[in-house]
Design a protein around this ligand. Structure first.
Ligand SMILES: [Zn+2]
Ligand SMILES: [Zn+2]
Length: 348
């Protein structure tokens, strides 16, 4: 019996980072961050940024292909279209399809400390439930749409998202020293398994994206190759460990020159706090190349580009420093992560 290659690849559904719609030149050319990991007919999404549903359809997939939605962290630019996937997505679900897993960070458990730049302590929203995790977030999102959902379930006899999507929180192994505020990125953290089916094994590590915690990077291993997705992070050794000898590393990148131009002249404490966040929590293209080189990644693709409107030439300015294949993909670009070219895979 001959088996056809599963030709594992990603489709970059959205490549812009940031909780906003980027304006000016190149506005609208990049959707919010989301990546489809494709193995055979199965699609695993990593993050659900703005426009993800439309991009999934444009890539030729639908929720009928979807097995899981993996959230690297709970910043809104990674989650803003989660509700639309689960509600609009009902129309393309196949009856009898296995439940689509939504897997992401658990409850932060404690608020982050206030910025030392705050003149008066800021007031948290919803103090009774101020740091919900993935399962709680999904439940609240669906509850917010109860009027609509009940209309459709009761009158139009439509399916319920609760019958097709199952959300759960990633449990960080005990004994790692992890603490949301005091130790959000323990050193020498051993990657741990968060999902497995007959096509993929997904492992996670903790990366460095303060003050949000936990913040994860994910690695998908398949029979024919691996892809590692950094999530949002400053340069992080845990990511290098996770991405060791991976076929494809998708790493975030920020243009620090833009940060300086955007905030440097304002001079307020709020602007300074924004600059602090970007410096401590993100990675330049040059740094991403150094990390990929050390990890031994065969291909490096930059995504979660901030700003989402920066010309590609800026991202490519250090491309010559990478010994593997370097890509700055557009949206809807296909990038293989097969270790061997597909035609060389031997039939069984
Ligand atoms: Zn982000
Ligand atoms: Zn983030």
């Amino acid at each position: 019996m001959h088996s056809t290659s599963l030709k594992p690849h990603v489709v970059t559904l959205g490549t812009a980072g940031g909780p906003r719609w980027w304006t000016g030149e190149n506005a609208g050319k990049r959707a919010g961050i989301s990546t489809a990991v494709v193995v055979g007919d199965a699609v695993y999404l990593v993050d659900a940024g703005t426009g993800v549903g439309n991009q999934l359809m444009k890539a030729g997939f639908s929720t009928a292909n979807l097995r899981g939605i993996f959230l690297t962290h709970l910043h809104s630019d990674h989650t803003i279209d989660l509700a639309s996937l689960a509600i609009f997505g009902l129309f393309t679900i196949t009856p009898g399809q296995k439940s689509i897993r939504i897997i992401g960070p658990g409850d932060r458990g404690i608020l982050p400390p206030a910025s030392p730049r705050a003149a008066v302590p800021p007031t948290p929203l919803y103090p009774a439930n101020s740091t919900p995790g993935t399962a709680d977030m999904f439940s609240h999102l669906m509850q917010a749409y109860a009027t609509d959902l009940n209309d459709r379930v009761i009158d139009a006899l439509r399916p319920s998202p609760l019958d097709h999507f199952v959300a759960s929180d990633i449990q960080i192994p005990q004994g790692t020293g992890y603490h949301a505020n005091e130790n959000p990125t323990p050193e020498n953290f051993a990657p741990f398994e968060i999902y497995r089916d007959e096509l993929v094994t997904v492992t996670a590590t903790l990366v460095k994206h303060p003050p949000i915690a936990p913040a994860f990077a994910f690695r998908f291993d398949t029979a024919e190759g691996s892809v590692t997705i950094s999530g949002d992070t400053a340069p992080c050794e845990n990511l290098v460990t996770l991405a060791r000898d991976t076929d494809l590393l998708l790493h975030e990148a920020i243009d620090f020159d833009w940060v300086e131009r955007a905030y440097g002249h304002i001079g307020t404490e709020a602007a300074q706090a924004s600059m602090d966040h970007h410096r401590l929590s993100h990675t330049s293209a040059q740094q991403a190349i150094e990390l990929a080189e050390r990890a031994g990644a065969r291909t490096l693709a930059l995504h979660h580009l901030v700003p989402g409107t920066t010309p590609v030439s800026v991202w490519r300015s250090h491309a010559a420093d990478f010994s593997g294949t370097f890509v700055v993909p557009d949206d809807l670009q296909v990038i293989s992560f097969a270790t061997e070219p597909a035609e060389m895979v031997v039939s069984r």
